[in-house]
Design a binder for this molecule. Structure first.
Ligand code: PGA
Length: 257
C-alpha cells in the first residue's frame, strides 16, 4: 500500500486580526510535529501571508502557510487578484482552490478551478482542490456523481507527471459550518469514489499517491475517527482551527493515527 503523509490544514477564512494571527503562531511554537510525519498548514487571508511566513521561519515552526484562493495568471492587469508567482516568491506553500464558499458566493466554476490548479503546479505551489456536493443535505446519488464531474472537469488539463502533488479536500456543502460531520461510512465512500475518479483520470498509481482530506464540521471530538478511514489522509478544518489547543489536538490525532 502507498504511504501518504497526513496533511492537516486550518482554513481561517475571513477571521482573525494581525495580533491574533501572531498570538496563534507563538502558541503553537514547539508543539508541532516534524513535517515528514504530519504536514501541517494554515490558510489565511492574503494580507497576513508574508508576515506569517516570516514568523513561521523565525519561530522555526514546521508549518506551511497557505492562501485561500489564487489567480491563474502569474502577472498582468487583474485588479484585486493574487498572483501564484508572487505567493511562491514570498514562501507560501500552496492554496485552497475552489472552496465551496468561493463557488457559491463568487461564482467559481470547475473551469476556473482547473486554471488555478495548473497555475499553482507551474509555480511550485500545492493546490488543495476542494470538491463538494452542492446540495443542502446528504444525497447518495450526488456522492457518486459530483466528485466524478468536478474532478473530470477541474483536473482534465493537469499534467499526469505532476498530478500527485495535488491534494483533494472532500467537503460536502451540507456539512460546512454545520452542526456535525457526516457518518464515517459516508466520508469513506466519498473518498473512495474520489480516488477511483482520480485513477480513471490519471492512473491507479497516481491516484494512490494523491492525498484526500475531509473537511466540514471537523472537531477534536470527531477528528480521530475520520483520520482512521483508509482513504482519508488529512483534514481541512474551519472553525475548530481558530483555537491553538483544539488545532494541536487534531494534529496530534494525525500523528498518532
Ligand atoms: P468548518 O469549515 O470546519 O467550520 O465546517 C470547513 C471549511 O469550510 O473548510
Amino acid at each position: 500500500m502507498t504511504k501518504r503523509t497526513p496533511i492537516i490544514i486550518g482554513n481561517w477564512k475571513t477571521n482573525k486580526k494581525a495580533h491574533e494571527v501572531n498570538q496563534f503562531l507563538e502558541e503553537v511554537q514547539g508543539k508541532l510535529p516534524d513535517a515528514r510525519d504530519v504536514q501541517v498548514g494554515i490558510a489565511a487571508q492574503d494580507i497576513f501571508l508574508h508576515e506569517m511566513v516570516k514568523d513561521a521561519n523565525s519561530l522555526e515552526l514546521p508549518l506551511g502557510i497557505f492562501a485561500e484562493n489564487v489567480y491563474w495568471a502569474d502577472e498582468g492587469s487583474y485588479t484585486g487578484e493574487t498572483s501564484p508567482a508572487a505567493l511562491a516568491d514570498i514562501g507560501v506553500s500552496g492554496s485552497i482552490i475552489g472552496h465551496y464558499e468561493r463557488r457559491k458566493l463568487f461564482k467559481e466554476t470547475n473551469g476556473s478551478v482547473g486554471l488555478k490548479v495548473s497555475a499553482s503546479l507551474r509555480n511550485g505551489l500545492t493546490p488543495i482542490v476542494a470538491i463538494a456536493e452542492d446540495t443542502t443535505r446528504y444525497n447518495p446519488d450526488d456522492v457518486e456523481m459530483a466528485p466524478l464531474t468536478e474532478i473530470a472537469v477541474a483536473l482534465a488539463g493537469v499534467d499526469k507527471a505532476v498530478a500527485d502533488r495535488i491534494v483533494i479536500a472532500y467537503e460536502p456543502a451540507w456539512a460546512i459550518g454545520a452542526a456535525e460531520a457526516p457518518s464515517l461510512e459516508v466520508i469513506e465512500h466519498a473518498a473512495r469514489v474520489i480516488r477511483n475518479s482520480l485513477a480513471i483520470l490519471f492512473s491507479q498509481d497516481v491516484a494512490d499517491k494523491i492525498r484526500i482530506q475531509y473537511g466540514g464540521s471537523v472537531t477534536p471530538e470527531n477528528a480521530k475517527g475520520i483520520l482512521g478511514l483508509e482513504d482519508i489522509d488529512g483534514l481541512l478544518i474551519g472553525r475548530a482551527s481558530l483555537e491553538p489547543a483544539a488545532f494541536l489536538n487534531m494534529v496530534q490525532d494525525a500523528l498518532e493515527g
